[in-house]
Design a protein around this ligand. Structure first.
Ligand code: ADP
Ligand code: MG
Ligand code: MG
Length: 215
């Protein structure tokens, strides 16, 4: 468990690691349906490295988004390095882009995270070439992003929670999509009826972090 002294970005990543590790086998089984079965193992290994990197790189104080931004930048690089695979680079980019937006802000708000989600989605899409509907993590990220924008004037913890719920519903709904990107695409219709592992893990990450936005 996280030391009580962890700053918000580190604590949020630790919470994501804890929840995703509890689903590690399930994520592996989902990835084995139409992929190579390593998503649970890979994302847990990546998040462990991300937490270590964030803990070493988050200077504080906790109310300063630049502090969390520095931690997320370091975490993204560490995750990409440690996790390997398609999702390692994509997850790493997502965290690092979010961090980069935070390092340019001087206060937390829902609008700030809506902007960060835009940047993260753009970067993931650019790196991986996937679009919404291709049955990837983008299918959880896009509704999360849209919900944050719709609630941009609302307090952050409630807006994030609602957005995470949108991501969770959307991740489950990827079961109805046929993969057209990544390893799963080569297996074509095999994945139909099962949710995408990357969308599922991202929804877990967004759900777990919801409790770390009111510090
Ligand atoms: P690998 O496919 O290299 O084994 P993982 O199993 O860790 O990587 O991750 C698979 C997940 O990565 C997929 O479920 C999907 O959500 C995501 N993914 C794969 N390719 C892309 C892509 N081009 N764009 C966005 N997400 C992708
Ligand atoms: Mg895999
Ligand atoms: Mg793999």
């Amino acid at each position: 468990d996280a030391p009580a002294t962890d700053l918000p970005a580190t604590a949020a990543l630790q919470a994501a690691l804890d929840l995703i590790a509890a689903h590690e086998d399930e994520l592996g089984r989902l990835d084995a349906v139409a992929g190579d079965g390593d998503h649970g193992i890979g994302i847990v290994r990546g998040l462990r490295a991300a937490v270590r990197a964030a803990r070493a790189a988050e200077p504080g104080p906790s109310a300063d988004p630049r502090s969390a931004g520095a931690a997320l930048l370091a975490a993204g690089l560490a995750l990409a390095d440690a996790s390997g695979g398609a999702s390692g680079a994509l997850y790493g980019t997502l965290l690092a882009e979010t961090g980069a937006v935070l390092t340019r802000a001087d206060g937390y708000s829902t609008a700030l995270f809506a902007d960060a989600a835009d940047a993260a989605q753009r970067a993931v899409s650019q790196l991986g070439g996937a679009r919404v509907g291709d049955k990837t993590m983008l299918d959880a990220l896009d509704p999360f992003r849209a919900e944050l924008h719709a609630r941009a004037g609302e307090p952050l913890p409630g807006a994030w929670k609602a957005a995470a719920q949108s991501a969770t519903r959307a991740a489950a709904a990827t079961a109805d999509l046929t993969p057209s990107r990544g390893r799963a695409a080569r297996m074509g219709p095999l994945g139909h009826g099962h949710p995408d592992p990357g969308a599922t893990s991202l929804a877990l990450l967004l759900t777990a972090t919801a409790d770390h936005l009111d510090r």
